[in-house]
Design a protein around this ligand. Structure first.
Ligand SMILES: [Zn+2]
Length: 260
């Protein structure tokens, strides 16, 4: 395999951004903390980190999973997010033209990655990501030749609307809140970036993934019924699958719906 310099740069850029996403994941759920200040410090002993303790992927390996100062283990989350963003960046450069489609979907995958981890850990999708994401996704449709602004606008309307109806119906029949407003804003953001055409697949695949995960969680818990699992990470996963496999998915959907 020939390693083109642009792909190497895309990968390195991805892991550097991934390291910033780790900070965002840590600090966004705590509203009194800024994402840029104070500089990174060990979450256990609070010692500020030197630049050489903070090199994406490398420091984790060199330090052998331990803080240099207090020897506390460093979470696997850090290198995994860095690696994931590096690989997404590579895959995006491979699949989408540079600059605008690449830049737009780079921001989109970064936002989804942060949402997946925060929602999984805190059962919360921060408005500070999803609301600007809706606007950004719509603005981006003017720079993305493969998505019209009307497809993006309908994506926002249907994405927000469909989940709102489902959430309202669920509440109406069960008098319990099954889905948060965060999921509704997230699906509107997904519709803004991927167009309304993506919504049936994103809803279907995320429900399927969520059901499998829910059954697994209930079997582990052995009580049944009321297990709380966030839906957001599955919506985000469905959107990522659609982003990278849209031609294949549309091909299969068409042959399913319109048999020759
Ligand atoms: Zn420490």
């Amino acid at each position: 395999m020939v390693l083109y310099p642009s792909f190497l740069i895309a990968f390195l850029f991805g892991i550097v951004v991934g390291s910033f996403l780790n900070v965002a994941i840590l600090r966004i759920p705590q509203p009194d903390q800024s994402v840029v200040y104070p500089p990174s410090h060990c979450p256990e002993c609070q010692t500020p980190l030197k630049w050489y303790d903070n090199i994406p992927l490398l420091s984790f390996i060199i330090l052998r999973r331990k803080c240099r100062y207090c020897q506390c283990p460093i979470s696997w989350q850090y290198p995994l997010i860095e690696l994931a963003m590096g690989l997404f960046s590579l895959a995006l450069l491979h699949s989408f033209p540079f600059p605008w489609p690449f830049i737009g979907f780079f921001l989109f995958t970064a936002a989804l990655l942060v949402i997946i981890v925060i929602d999984f850990k805190h059962q919360l999708i921060p408005d500070i990501i999803s609301l600007p994401g809706i606007i950004l996704g719509f603005a981006f449709s003017f720079l993305n030749p493969s998505l019209s602004w009307s497809d993006s606008g309908l994506g926002i309307l249907f994405g927000g609307g469909i989940l709102f109806l489902i959430a309202y119906g669920y509440y109406f029949f069960t008098k319990r809140v099954g889905m948060g407003g965060g999921d509704i804003k997230l699906l509107a953001m997904i519709g803004a970036f991927l167009g309304y055409q993506s919504l049936p697949f994103v809803i279907f695949s995320s429900s399927l993934l969520g059901t499998v995960a829910g059954i697994w969680a209930m079997s582990k818990q052995k009580k049944g019924g009321q297990t709380v699992i966030s839906y957001g990470p599955f919506l985000a996963a469905g959107a990522l699958i659609y982003l990278f496999f849209e031609p294949q998915i549309q091909f299969y959907l068409r042959s399913l719906l319109l048999p020759a």
